[in-house]
Ligand binder design. Structure first.
Ligand code: ADP
Ligand code: MG
Length: 594
């Protein structure tokens, strides 16, 4: 994986806001427009109230002095009340619209992440650092959404409010506006400082978060709980959990503390500004330069104005900056290198050639495959055998085109695998993985998943895979829900395995890989499954992987792997004759098949 913290591209706030706006705007222009209008509306309404207040105070004061009628004073009181009611309605609508907009935004951002994950080269997922990327991308998504929302609500809602209030202050006395502006200058500088602190925090603390979340899972997640209980390892994981959580909170705490200190200093300046503004106002009224109504209205709204200014500069911009660092991770994920390719013509898979191919996992010192050369013609059944860790599964991942060779070449129909576009590469190939998935879905969905657009017959695939749908266990037949997570029934390891085989067979293919079932199936059952599988795949290219040699006999050709290399190749008889590694392993295992 090429991209890491150092060479990654930073997005500006403007880019983020525009990008996300475009994202929602394209999916729902009406909602986006409404969102803009309501933000502006709330800002203007809040400021407008000050106008109505001044008007009312002035009329009351005139009434007291005898220069205005009762009707006029009551009328302006009613106008003020009506406007307040209107403001309340706008605020309620604003909540609704903003929530709706947020849901829409997150939905669209989630879609981007999922689509991206589907385009990233699968080998990247083997890199432990990548998990950090995924975890950061999801927190980054939340952060980016919040950043965009806050930025817009400040730029539109608050700006409308401040412009309105600013012009109002200016119309009363320009010096008031000046004083007000001055008291906020330090806050602006402060928010820049804090932005830096939080960007660093996210980068440094994410690895600890990932660890403590993992250790928590080791203690209480379903897949771990049985083992952890048996080993009585709760304390062991608990300690690791606490250690990492401690480091995480320590980092958080340190940044929070610095940030709070800056904030206290800034508030001091604000206080001076607040007192100064009131003193000026008092002076102007005393001099008769400002009406009593204006004095009362400004005085009454000053608290709100300072609160809002303070909230914008000290908290909300702070929040944006804090989120901005994390939001970069959303984009860093979208920037990850994708699997490319130029040739999209469908493959016939007449010939698969591996030439001096080597493969090394990311972050791994030793190659998992070393100098492999092999040619397979269409329709051949090739068994790949060898002890655990000899590279069998890795080889199948390269044959499927999931991983690209790190050295040497893999040619399909004479085309280098790097040139072939992923869609063309995956079409027509199928697999039953060693660590197949048990999808918590119905039997039908579990099968159909491999080729969702195909009109193939699910029941046929299940039959081929010897998966009996007996009615006492599968009450709803194909619609029976599997797995405990969503209230379905659980299957035995062997049944899940057969379902995985059915899924592999359901997909239309001219090449298929069957990687060895792990603990789920006993040797005899495995031999039986493999025999059946080979029969089904007679006219297709098939790779069957096993460390139990009894299952390999039926293949057209057997390749024996050891330490990432092909050490022997031939038919069962030839290899027995040879009396090498294969023979040795076969004799050692023969007692199992007696
Ligand atoms: P087999 O299927 O024959 O048991 P594998 O192909 O799974 O063997 O593994 C071959 C070698 O590659 C082993 O040494 C294994 O430790 C290593 N390996 C497998 N997966 C990874 C991975 N994701 N990252 C690093 N090394 C791996
Ligand atoms: Mg394997």
């Amino acid at each position: 994986m090429k991209r890491n913290g150092s060479d990654r591209k930073q997005r500006t706030l403007l880019y983020m806001v525009c990008h996300l706006l475009k994202l929602v705007g394209q999916s729902n222009p009406g909602m986006t427009l409404l969102f803009f209008l309501i933000l502006m509306g709330t800002g203007v309404c809040t400021a407008g109230n000050v106008f109505f207040k001044q008007n009312f105070f002035d009329r009351v004061e005139e009434l007291v002095r005898g220069s205005a009628t009762m009707g006029l004073a009551v009328g302006s009181g009613i106008a003020m009340a009506l406007f307040l009611i209107f403001t309340l309605i706008v605020q309620a609508a604003s909540e609704l619209i903003q929530n709706n907009f947020n849901l829409l935004l997150r939905g669209q951002m989630g879609r981007l992440l999922n689509e991206k994950a589907a385009r990233i080269s699968p080998v990247v997922f083997e890199d432990s650092r990548f998990l950090d990327h995924v975890s950061k991308a999801y927190t980054g998504m939340e952060a980016a959404a919040a950043v965009m929302h806050s930025t817009l609500s400040i730029c539109i809602g608050e700006t409308a409010y401040f412009i309105f209030m600013g012009s109002y202050f200016f119309s009363i006395k320009p010096a008031l506006l000046f004083m007000f502006g001055l008291s906020f200058a330090p806050s602006i500088i402060g928010s820049v400082i804090r932005r830096r602190m939080y960007a660093q925090l996210e980068n440094r603390s994410a690895p600890y978060r990932r660890k403590y979340e993992y250790f928590k899972r080791c203690i209480c997640a379903r897949e771990y709980v049985k083992e952890t209980r048996l080993w009585r390892a709760e304390g062991f994981f608990g300690k690791l959990y606490r250690e990492n959580l401690g480091k995480y909170t320590q980092l958080q705490w340190r940044t929070e503390r610095h940030s709070e200190l800056t904030e206290v200093a800034l508030r001091f300046f604000l206080l001076i500004g607040y007192v100064g503004t009131i003193a000026m106002l008092f002076y102007y009224v005393f001099q008769g330069q400002v009406t009593v109504g204006a004095f009362a209205a400004v005085f009454a709204s000053l608290d709100q104005l300072f609160d809002r200014m303070e909230s914008v500069f000290n908290y909300r911009i702070g929040d944006i900056m804090r989120g901005f660092g994390a939001a970069q991770n959303f984009y860093a994920f979208l920037d990850l290198k994708e699997r490319e390719g130029t040739d999209g013509t469908p493959l016939k898979r007449e010939r698969i050639e591996l030439k001096d191919l080597s493969f090394t996992y990311p972050n791994s010192a030793e190659s998992a495959l070393k100098n492999i050369s092999l040619t397979v013609k269409k329709g051949e059944t090739v068994a790949i055998v060898g002890v655990n860790g000899s590279g069998k599964s890795t080889l199948t991942r390269l044959l499927l085109g999931l991983f690209l060779p790190t050295e040497g070449h893999l040619l399909i129909d004479g085309k280098s695998v790097e040139e072939i576009r992923p869609e063309a590469l995956y079409k027509g190939s199928s697999a039953v993985f060693q660590r197949y998935q048990c999808y918590k879905m119905t039997v039908e969905e579990n099968t159909r998943l491999s080729d969702v657009n195909s009109a193939g017959r699910v029941d046929e695939a299940l039959k081929k895979a010897d998966f009996p749908l007996d009615s006492d266990k599968f009450a709803k037949g194909l619609d029976t829900m599997l797995g405990k997570d969503f209230g379905g029934i659980d299957l035995s390891g062997g049944q899940w395995q057969r379902l995985a085989i059915a899924r592999g067979l359901y997909r239309e293919h001219d090449m298929i890989v069957l990687d060895e079932p792990t603990a789920a199936i006993d040797p005899l059952e495995e031999a039986d499954i493999y025999r059946k599988f080979t029969e089904i795949s007679k006219d297709k290219t098939a790779f069957i992987v096993t460390h139990r040699l009894g299952s390999a006999k039926i293949a057209d050709r057997i390749i024996v792997m050891d330490g990432g290399r092909i050490v022997e190749t031939g038919t069962h008889e030839e290899l027995m004759e040879l009396g090498g590694r294969y023979r040795e392993m076969y004799d050692a295992q023969a007692k199992w098949y007696a």
